[in-house]
Design a protein around this ligand. Structure first.
Ligand code: 4AD
Ligand code: MG
Length: 544
């Protein structure tokens, strides 16, 4: 295998290109995705957003190695690239794999107060994708972006380049991947035009990545242990029956999809014979890692899970996915107050992190997606969250001079319109924590309050999104938990291990779950949750 080096070069300058996935393919995904939903953002242009670039990379007698048009292989890679890799591999055979190094990216080149001017004179090699290619009489400007930052690097090449006719014949277009070597020089710079739609997805991916990093950093710095909760489970954590079944009784490969129903094993009484299934019992994709998190919290005190969760709810809304990621901290020796304090501190930390570390991207969202989002997030980071009980929230809704689609009365589940009214209108954009919900609308594991009617639950509501976090103190008293499970008709046998946590060494504990895509939505101002996850799964759509 060839070694990766950070691309300082000395030899002749060369050009090569091949067909790759992002960002041209992201644009393609975006188009495909929005064929399936009615959501269509305005086709904005970025032409007035980007400032003049301070540096540029002129190429010195570049030599073209390959073009995307030569891409004929099934795997979408050019023969020349594959040949080049083959040669590199054969050179490496019998030798060492080389040192793995961080690659120099456009963001690194432009980093620092002088925006890259301090590197003027250096020979660099840049890999990325063409955003624009402007051919002029004697010179061609190619704007290259490698996904490391919002702005491009302008590469300038003269017409005496070997294979320059390919530029004229239009083979260098938006999305072509290129490798360009050259010397960095100071330039006058120029403004560029970029398709916003493709760019937006790239930016969201970067902010999403930063939020994931900040999540791990926060919990790790606070001494939490990350636990990998299982994706396949036999229990329904939320008890809402919204699970996808995992089975090998049904056809389990593309070839078998046409097999007859009579092939499914059944018992004498005609029901499905689950003993013949892979795990010998019905199993499902998890809706939450919480119950597993509780087992580890009982030994390690503070833990968190961060993984994919699945819900088969038929909700075609801008805030529901069938597959989404959830962060679920679980704190031993903690009550509902500790839980709310942890949720607040964590949320403020990750938002502060992106405000400090994704400045360029956040400016973009502030300008093009949601005006004022930076000020709004700063507000969330600095102010205390409002807190009120469910009972007070219902009273507030009943007094509201607003016609809701879903009528409000004590005991009802709060709908998105109610949650958004509370956080957006009643408390003017501040996050609101609602506590002490009626036990009948919450899950079986929540700790019962002394009033016999409510549980020690909390939901954090934020503008645009509504419920961002759902959490509770857990019922640690065995008898009360068992009687609640009986009331709800849950099979205690299935939960024997969960009940054992109460039988042996039970302690007060609490936790919460934050929907990661809703966090990305909240942090970027994106309207539709489908646009903040690379490959959204929603009712009727599992493309790519
Ligand atoms: O409120 P939920 O259902 O809580 C739980 O699953 C608990 N077991 C969490 C815990 O205490 N450890 O879900 C938690 C969060 C919601 O607040 C919401 O942000 C997100 O998960 N969520 C969804 N996000 C996208 N699509 C869906 N269909 C979602 N359902 C819930
Ligand atoms: Mg909830």
């Amino acid at each position: 295998m060839a070694s990766f080096t950070s691309t300082i070069c000395t030899g002749a300058t060369s050009f090569s290109s091949r067909l790759c996935i992002p960002p041209a393919a992201l644009l393609h995904f975006w188009r495909r995705r929005h064929t399936f939903s009615s959501y269509r953002p305005a086709p904005l242009k970025l032409s007035h957003f980007l400032g003049a670039s301070k540096i540029s990379l002129p190429t010195v007698k570049p030599k073209f190695i390959g073009w995307r048009s030569v891409c004929t292989r099934a795997d979408g890679r050019s023969d020349q690239i594959c040949e080049a890799e083959q040669v590199q591999r054969s050179h490496a055979a019998g030798g060492t794999v080389g040192k793995f190094q961080k690659r120099l990216r456009i963001a690194d080149i432009k980093a620092g107060p002088a925006q890259g001017l301090e590197r003027v004179g250096q020979c660099l090699s840049v890999r990325g994708w063409v955003r624009t290619c402007r051919v002029q009489r004697s010179i061609t400007f190619i704007e290259v972006n490698d996904g490391s930052c919002l702005s491009n690097l302008q590469c300038v090449t003269a017409s005496d380049v070997e294979g320059f006719d390919k530029v004229h014949s239009g083979l260098i277009t938006t999305g072509t991947s290129v490798l360009i070597d050259g010397v960095l020089v100071a330039s006058e710079g120029s403004k560029q035009k970029i398709e916003l739609k493709a760019t937006k997805l790239v930016l969201v991916a970067r902010v999403r990545n930063a939020l994931a990093y900040a999540t791990h950093k926060y919990f790790q710095d606070m001494g939490f242990v990350w636990v990998a909760s299982p994706i396949i489970t036999g229990s329904d954590c939320e008890g809402a029956g919204q699970q996808f079944c995992v089975t090998t009784l049904l056809p389990f490969s593309q070839e078998d999809v046409g097999s007859p129903v009579s092939k499914i094993p059944s018992t004498k009484d005609g029901s499905i014979d689950w003993s013949k299934d892979f795990f010998g019992k019905p199993t499902f994709l998890t809706v939450s890692g919480q119950l597993n998190g509780e087992t580890y919290a009982s030994a390690l005190c503070d833990v968190y899970t961060f993984g994919p969760t699945f819900r088969a709810e038929n909700s075609n809304t801008s805030r529901h996915l069938a597959e989404f990621w959830m962060i679920e901290p679980e704190l031993a020796f903690a009550n509902l107050n500790d839980d709310m304090a942890c949720a607040t501190a964590y949320l403020q930390y990750v938002l502060r992190y992106i405000l400090d570390n994704c400045k360029e991207d956040m400016e973009f969202f502030n300008t093009w997606i949601e005006k004022g989002i930076i000020a709004r997030l700063n507000n969330v980071v600095e102010k205390e969250f409002v807190q009120l009980t469910y009972t007070d929230a219902v009273e507030l809704l009943l007094k509201a001079k607003k016609q809701f689609q879903f009528p409000v009365k004590w005991g009802c589940d709060l709908q998105s319109e109610h949650e958004r009214y509370i956080t957006e209108e009643a408390f003017l954009g501040s996050p609101v924590i609602i506590t002490d919900y009626p036990k009948d609308i919450k899950a079986f594991y929540m700790r019962q309050n002394a009033d016999g009617k409510t549980v020690a639950a909390m939901d954090v509501l934020v503008p645009k999104v509504g419920e961002l976090i759902g959490g509770s103190q857990r019922e640690e008293r065995l008898e009360l938990l068992e009687s609640r499970m009986e009331e709800l008709g849950l099979d205690k046998e299935t939960y024997w291990w969960y009940l054992d946590l109460r039988r042996y060494g039970s302690v007060p504990h609490a936790g919460f779950g934050l929907g990661f895509e809703r966090l990305v939505q909240f942090a970027t101002g994106m309207d539709n949750i489908r646009d903040v996850i690379p490959f959204p799964r929603t009712p009727g759509s599992a493309e790519f």
